[in-house]
Ligand binder design. Structure first.
Ligand SMILES: *Cc1c(COP(=O)(O)O)cnc(C)c1O
Length: 360
């Protein structure tokens, strides 16, 4: 077996221990006589998995008791519709900060149902920074205020949250969930597609304050109504059973590492190794404003397209894969989620130093 260092933005690396555990349990889970994939979602064995997974989310993220934890389908992208359909029945209005493609998509989808006030945007500099906000641009009567907290494509992260007072703050944390401590109580709703930091594609985690549940507009499809899923503990219909099982293994792994704060320390070290190299390199440079840098997604470039292509090709041959940047940014991007070991980042930086020396 040979495993590469996979810098994919998503679906992305999973901890090898998790894959091995899943492999060992694949044909028979415990003493059940069957695979998790073959189990009824109403069985005792499966209830242990899904409720155990929820308990781990609560424990690892210190989720307050007045929040529900939901396991939904339809990817992070379905939340772009679910949020306005459920949270904006009162004034039919939200505030959004446009920090990249994912915030833009959230705004476009919300606009189909409600009035969207774009508070600020960093489109002028290819989303390479988080805009400074002017409170005078906030709507007084918004039903919620929406941000994409870690911008997977552009490599920015909100390091200071907007002050929205009584207006619920909603955040897409798909590419940063459990990479660092987050104070859940500051938010009305948090969501994340699993395929970046929590497991395989197919399940989306939603953490929602209870008072925001139960306000869906009449035309909201049943499957898009948070209340339906909250009332049924995410078992209204068949949930993505295997994805939730793998998520539970990933959460157990995070717990074994010492929890989110321990994982955060390692992530800070990993990111520092790469950013320090970029800051000192004559050939490579980061593309993001320093104070807004992401811990998880690190875009970088050389000033020569041919050199970028050569780098990506040679990196791949050396076992560092999926380093090509998003088509809207160009260059390279290293996604270093929780499952990327620090050795992988060190090895990448060594490879970059060697490439720089050889291509002066
Ligand atoms: C990947 C991603 C999404 C989209 O998730 P899907 O599950 O593909 O719908 C949304 N937001 C962010 C920040 C992402 O990184």
């Amino acid at each position: 077996m040979s495993r590469v260092y996979n810098f994919s933005a998503g679906p992305s690396m999973l901890p090898e221990e998790v894959l091995k555990k899943a492999q060992a349990e694949m044909v028979e889970y415990g003493k059940s006589g069957m695979s998790v994939m073959e189990m009824s979602h109403r069985s005792k064995d499966y209830e242990e998995i899904i409720f155990g997974c929820e308990a781990l989310v609560r424990e690892l993220m210190h989720v307050p008791d007045n929040y529900k934890v939901l396991f939904l389908q339809g990817g992070g992208s379905s939340q772009f519709a679910m949020i306005p359909l459920n949270l904006a029945s009162k004034n039919k209005k939200c505030d959004i900060v446009i920090t990249g493609q994912w915030a833009k998509k959230a705004a476009q989808e919300a606009e189909r149902y409600i009035t969207v006030n774009k508070v600020a945007s960093s489109a002028d500099k290819t989303f390479s920074y988080i805009p400074k906000l002017d409170k005078n641009t906030f709507s007084k009567d918004a039903d919620y205020f929406y941000i994409c907290m870690n911008n997977t494509i552009y490599g920015t992260k909100w390091n200071n949250l907007p002050e929205t007072g009584d207006i619920p703050l909603i955040a897409d944390i798909s590419s940063m969930i459990m990479s660092e401590e987050i104070d859940v109580s500051k938010f009305g709703l948090l969501f994340a597609g699993a395929q970046k930091n929590l497991g395989p594609a197919g399940v989306t985690l939603v953490i929602i304050r209870e008072d925001l549940i139960g306000n869906a507009v009449d035309i909201c499809p049943t499957m898009f109504n948070y209340q339906i899923h909250a009332d049924n503990q995410s078992l209204y219909n068949t949930p993505p059973t295997y994805s939730i099982y793998i998520m539970k293994l990933v959460l157990e792994w995070i717990k074994e590492q010492g929890g989110v704060s321990a994982v955060q320390k390692v992530n800070e070290e990993k990111a520092k190794i790469l950013y320090d190299f970029l800051d000192n390199s004559q050939m490579f440079r980061g593309t993001v404003a320093k104070e807004d840098r992401s811990l998880m997604n690190i875009p970088f470039v050389t000033d020569d397209e041919d050199l970028n292509a050569k780098f990506i090709k040679e990196a791949k041959e050396a076992g560092f894969v999926n380093l090509k940047g998003h088509r809207t940014v160009g260059g390279m991007r290293a996604s270093i989620y929780n499952a990327m070991p620090i050795e992988g980042v060190k090895a990448l930086v060594e490879f970059m130093a060697k490439f720089e020396a050889e291509n002066k």
